[in-house]
Design a protein around this ligand. Sequence first.
Ligand code: FES
Length: 137
Amino acid sequence: MDDMRKELLKALGYSEKAVDVLDAELHYGELDGPTISVRHQAGCGDVLMLDLRIEENIIRDAAFRFVGCSGLQASASGVAEMVIGKSIDEAERIEMQDIVDWLEGLPRNKFECAEASSITLHKAIAEYRARTKMADS
Ligand code: FES
């Protein structure tokens, strides 16, 4: 990302950390053989796909793809980074504000993008729970 774009993002309200996360494309991509892969379409039409690798209820790896805005990209990176190493129960408690806090700031009108990321995470965990429950029964 060039310096002009970085400055523009900061002027719009993205924190220094959020800009670094965007620049690094942190956890952008896909996992090879994920345990769970979900897709969520936000109200604005943007789409997030999240892959999780889960072993014994611990999230070992996470990656995402998206079609959408920088707010969605930054918050999905945040979600992926935050969940790695956490149990399913811990990850399930991550909400929109936790993502904004982890990023150290997003423009106010991008909070709904963080909300879309938390909804996608919760969807992935619900699907994992449903699947493991089915396997147990
Ligand atoms: Fe749609 Fe960011 S997710 S504007």
